[in-house]
Design a protein around this ligand. Sequence first.
Ligand code: SF4
Length: 476
Amino acid sequence: MTKRNYTTVNPCVMCQPMGSALAFKGIENTMVLYHGSQGCSTYMRLHLAHHFREPVDIASSSLSEKGAVYGGRENLKKGLRNVINRYNPKVIGVATTCLAETIGDDVPAIVREFKEEEGIGDDLEKDIIIVPVSTPSYGESHVSGYIKALDAIVRTFAEKPGDESAEKFPNEKLNVIPVESLSPADVRELKEVFELMAGGYIFLPDISETFDAPLREDLPKIAQGGTSLSEIADMPNSQASLGLGIVSKNLAVKYLEESHDVPGSSVPIPIGLSNTDSFFTELVKILGCPIPVKYLQERGRLLDAMVDVHKYLYGVKAAIYGDPDFVFSLTTFMLELGMNPVLIATGSKSRDFEAKIRQIVEKINPELEPLVLNGIDFDTLNDAVSQCNPEILIGNSNGRYIAKARNIPLVRVGLPIHDRVGAQRILTVGYRGAMEFLDRITNAILEATDTFTAPVQAESAAYAGKGNEECVEGMR
Ligand code: SF4
């Protein structure tokens, strides 16, 4: 593969503040303001609106040359005033962009000053809550922006009590916090599981309505839905926290554990057979209740579907790219299907990505030697695709030029999906999501058989479409 020393060409990630918007938009009555230049907000609003097909308002402090030289204090205060007057939000998430960070604006200090000037206190119930997050894009990606924003939200609403002996009010609920943004359909699917299995739960952030709202005549200024503020404040009283994703660090789960003694655990995003098995196994462990029959039936149907398509998918060479945890879970599923993921890549700079991928490949099919790339751009991905010669691409719509140039199918999943409709309804989690995704992959391959044929290979002894044996035992 060609080694390049020059700058990023077509990034395989999105800007860090955009990740913060994905988190803030899952909170009830919350507005987002980017402290930086107007273009950042315009680009990210469009990006999200094209993906979710919903209006997405993101305010901007509109820094210009003057602000860049003298600092953006006045712009930010004016922006906050405008947001309060026009949207009347309960929470304002203030995320910085590259310019605000480069000129060194101290956003928390400006926010404190603004609150003093406007007489805004710190009462979580009565006052407007302003949550600053530092998200310069030259630092990290939308993945870390999302994680940082969730951490900041939880720290604001579930602040560690000054008095160590302060009484707790156990609520018997389960906190659920994914490390990456899921689709609204995924969130709805998971909420259904928790409604059936948990006495109570708090899902943070809940974008199931805010990014996929029913049509209504009176379009609200801020989309309805989202995790309620009282629920977030109640998170320290929960019996446990469950993180979804094991590659990126789940800062909110860690904070709740370290500061509020809420035991935390993490499982992979439940995509595919064994990851969904692990998810249910963990729920059974935490909640002590059986898996509802409905999901046992779905699991059986997934196994049946895997057997049905095995002859089409076995040995098919795939390239998978996207956000680290999403790619990890998709890779596990590809391996379970007997596919050959020759190229596995993320645009995020993730410390644990390669190790986790190697572990899962070693566990399911140690004969494979995929190329694993971390922190890449699409230019590098293009080179890697030339080298690995996959027969199918699996990832967001930005890989379409590579797929088109090579005349191979692209199964669109993840974020962003701009060139097709329905991204908000793509379901990948749970047994049902696995079945839907499996159908999409298989049909894409069948449709492409005009130009290529999936190789016929002897089945490897390592083929492991078996899921989590422990979970299977429990289901008998
Ligand atoms: S890279 Fe920085 S300046 Fe450019 S759009 Fe993203 S946040 Fe804004």
